[in-house]
Design a binder for this molecule. Structure first.
Ligand code: TYD
Ligand code: MG
Length: 456
């Protein structure tokens, strides 16, 4: 039996202290220390598994790499984000808000792999096997070869993996599993570290792709995937707005592929379906000729998505006007509206502003600035932007419009979807000619009103 020691561990930063303290000596958080048990290293305890083998030190040039073995997950959008399928021995962490569809996505992936003839294992610490069955029924019925284990004890999960020898496994979620020897509650930093550490090593030894679900909860409630991100090969985030059916799967770390990829899904009655042409879907309900509505080509990874930015501006009845946004950063809108007041002499300071990205998407890149600004001016003046046009460009604090990356891809996607004119940073006007779309260069913000249609 390994020698163990009682320690206290910060649930925020993972720092350790020999006794309980009200405040973590490392990160300064209050009330974050929780008791844990640690195995003494060198006393026969410590890590039982390791990645090292008996080879010891070898010349790097003599290490055989072989071909990276990949298996298709059967879900094209997931394969794309992973860099072409699941890698043998690769550990993938899938994070996201509760209810966003993590369990659905991974169950669908395992089901597809089982249908392709693989034996796969779904471990759940959150739901009963019956609940998983009910979800599987919704997703087209359980496939032969899909095994389920409802268990929270790490030892039994590891034992089952050894016994079953699955071609791929899902553990949902890493925060619900626990290692009884540690003595601390499931979801605490030491438990999450131990659970993920042992599962990841297991996966590497068995050359098995492993998917771990990680919760992102309110600050401090559970050890978040931050700590886990270092332990796995790939980190995917599943995002979206629960009020909308669209979900975006994004790679934020990938040892086996690009982090530039995104997958777009739509949640429906029979689970998640990949969206082949996201721009068309996001623009489907766009009102024509409405003031305050502007289409912006956004670069999402290697893809370009056209999104609709909507603005509503109305005189305020409060002492300090409201700035409410969804899908774009509120601070950014605040800066842009201050700039418009200053450079164009608008009166946004006495108006409430609402800015929304249709479809529940989130746009973070500065290239959307020009679109947001055009939507605000258009909404305030009640004059729509020209029919069939898109806007992109970064706006600087002097009111200048700056060039952004991937001009060609943005113009190309706009043309594909039938747009005929793009308002772009002045430096980018030449690109339109080759692509076959009219470009109008905008050097400064004050030029925007000249391009609006007359109001109705
Ligand atoms: P779930 O995968 O349980 O989310 P997570 O594991 O991230 O917490 O999915 C949750 C939501 O998805 C739930 O509100 C129901 C909805 N849903 C559908 O709309 N269609 C479906 O086919 C399934 C299985 C779920
Ligand atoms: Mg779930």
């Amino acid at each position: 039996m390994a020698k163990t020691r009682r320690i206290f561990e910060c649930q925020k930063c993972g720092g350790q202290a020999p006794k309980w303290l009200g405040r973590c000596p490392e990160c300064g958080a209050w009330g974050s220390l929780a008791e844990a048990v640690r195995s003494e290293p060198g006393a026969g305890g410590g890590r039982r598994d390791g990645l090292s083998s008996s080879e010891g030190v070898v010349p790097l040039a003599e290490v055989h790499t072989g071909e990276e073995m990949r298996t298709s997950t059967g879900i094209a959008e997931l394969d794309r984000v992973l860099g072409g399928g699941a890698v043998a021995g690769g550990a993938v962490l899938v994070g996201g808000d509760p209810g966003i569809g993590k369990s659905t996505l991974l169950l669908q992936a395992l089901q597809a792999m089982a249908r392709a003839g693989h034996r796969v294992l779904y471990v759940t610490g959150e739901e009963s096997a019956r609940q998983i069955r009910m979800r599987a029924d919704r997703l087209g019925g359980p496939a032969d070869g899909l095994l389920v284990l409802s268990e929270t004890d790490l030892d039994r999960v590891v034992e089952a993996m050894g016994r079953v020898g699955p071609a791929a496994a899902v553990v949902d979620s890493v925060q619900t599993l626990f290692c009884p020897e540690l003595g601390s509650a499931p979801g605490t930093v030491s438990q999450v570290r131990e659970v993920a550490g042992r599962l990841v090593v297991r996966a590497k030894h068995r050359d098995m792709p492993l998917f771990l679900v990680g919760h992102v909860t309110k600050e401090g409630a559970l050890a978040g995937p931050r700590l886990l991100e270092h332990m796995v090969d790939t980190v995917l985030y599943f995002e979206g707005d629960r009020g909308h059916p669209f979900r975006i799967l994004r790679a934020v770390k990938n040892r086996f592929g690009s982090t530039d990829e995104v997958g777009v899904f739509e949640m429906g009655d029979a689970g998640l379906a990949g969206v082949a042409n996201p721009s068309a879907v996001f623009l489907a309900e766009r009102p024509r000729g409405a003031a305050g509505s502007v289409v912006v080509p956004c670069a999402e990874g290697t893809r370009t998505l056209l999104v609709e930015v909507q603005a509503l501006v109305s005189p305020t009845c409060f002492a300090s006007p409201q700035r409410t946004t969804s899908g774009v950063e509120r601070n950014r809108v605040q800066i842009l509206s201050a700039l418009l007041d200053r450079r164009l002499g608008l009166t946004l300071g006495t108006h409430d502003i609402f800015v929304n990205v249709a479809g529940g998407l989130r746009v973070t890149e500065p290239a959307a600035d020009l679109g947001v600004v055009a939507a605000l001016v258009s909404a305030l003046r009640g004059r729509p932007v020209p029919e069939g046009s898109v806007f992109f460009g970064e706006v600087g604090l002097a009111g200048e419009v700056r060039a952004v990356s991937r001009t060609g891809a943005r113009l190309g996607e706009a043309r594909e979807l039938g747009f005929t004119r793009a308002f772009v940073p002045a430096a980018a006007t030449a690109a339109g000619r080759e692509i076959g779309i009219e470009t109008v260069g905008i050097a400064r913000l004050d030029e925007i009103p000249d391009h609006l249609e007359p109001g109705s």
